[in-house]
Design a protein around this ligand. Structure first.
Ligand code: MLT
Length: 325
């Protein structure tokens, strides 16, 4: 009897401490892990929202770049971090869900092994080629790739990154073979496209937008069913002759599994308000990105989106034999 009363008292004290602790959150610096190199789309979005969270929640939200293995290195780190709200993960949803299907060492469950908080931004994927590539539209490009199997090289932010997965989907759907050249982030990958060391990329508008404006690379198509406002002259993949090539690069924020619900609520409310603010809307527009659609800004909405992307990408990886290199 005495023993069970003591257990009850300890449990009640623990619940009370967690509750009080969650209510006061945050009381110190929060580390926001970005599993790609600084300067790329995931990093840019994490810094944009991190700045807003620091202002509204009164503690610094500091981005930490833990790049490697297409995002798996940083994601593994967060999955093993204490679930106290002081380590968070900002990731691109496609590589987040694809990691364990591609890397045998990725011992985490991307859907149920994290607490989803909010989607932060969405960016279209553009099919871009080096300036002097011998094709002026998608049809010519695909015909060239078909008659030169394995010769056209494409750069990515790493094996399993969104820029890699999108091009693998393009290969599957257009039935072409291309050579993958992985980098540690989209920044260095794009540099080599601009200098002509690689032939093409399936890159996010946020990353490639400035180069498109400067005409240093050429866009052949956008992987969505509507043209973008930023580059209305770029045809959709369907208009350019490739039906069904639709890829959305979505950046989202997650916490380690078991993070108290009160902390998730504090963060999701602050992020929702930031996402609706004029300042974020303007910045996203400048960054050739958009606010998340539907209810993906909510933890429940992000959870179902993450599950849907998980099944889409694991199927594509299995059926297309996508591998890391
Ligand atoms: C990707 O998955 O390609 C990432 O968005 C790359 C990055 O953010 O640098």
């Amino acid at each position: 009897m005495l023993k069970s009363m003591r257990i009850l008292a300890i449990t009640a004290a623990a619940v009370l401490t967690t509750g009080v602790f969650a209510q006061n959150y945050p009381t110190k610096t929060v580390s926001v892990v970005v599993p790609f190199a600084a300067g790329g789309p995931t990093d840019t979005i994490a810094r944009l929202y991190g700045e807003q969270l620091s202002k509204t929640l009164g503690q610094p939200f500091i981005v930490e770049n833990v790049a490697g293995a297409g995002g798996v290195t940083g994601t593994s780190r967060v999955s093993k971090s204490p679930a106290d709200g002081y380590t968070l993960l900002v990731h691109n949803v496609a590589p987040h869900v694809a990691g364990p299907a591609l890397y045998p060492g990725a011992n985490y469950d991307p859907v149920d092994g994290f607490e989803p908080i909010a989607s932060l931004a969405e960016a279209a994927i553009y099919v871009v080629v080096r300036k002097d590539f011998p094709a002026t539209n998608l049809k010519e490009f695909l015909a060239y790739a078909k008659s030169n199997p394995g010769k056209v090289s494409f750069a990515s932010a790493g094996s399993g990154s969104a820029t890699h997965l999108a091009c693998e989907l393009l290969k599957q759907q257009a039935k072409i073979d291309m050579l993958h050249v992985p980098y540690r982030g989209t920044g260095p990958a794009l540099n080599d496209l601009v200098s002509g060391k690689v032939d093409m990329m399936c890159d996010q508008g946020l990353n490639v937008g400035a180069q498109l404006k400067a005409n240093t690379v050429r866009a052949l198509a956008i992987a969505q069913d509507v043209r973008s406002q930023a580059f209305p002259d770029v045809p959709t993949a369907r208009e350019a002759g490739l039906d069904g090539f639709v890829v959305n690069a979505s950046t989202a924020i997650y916490a380690p599994k078991g993070t108290p619900a009160a902390i998730i609520k504090t963060l999701s409310e602050a992020l929702f308000a930031a996402g609706r603010s004029e300042i974020i809307a303007q910045r996203l527009e400048q960054l050739v990105s958009e606010r998340p659609s539907g209810n993906r800004m909510s933890p429940a909405g992000l959870k179902s989106f993450t599950a849907a992307e998980h099944s889409k990408w694991t199927t594509a990886i299995k059926s297309g034999g996508i591998k890391i290199n």
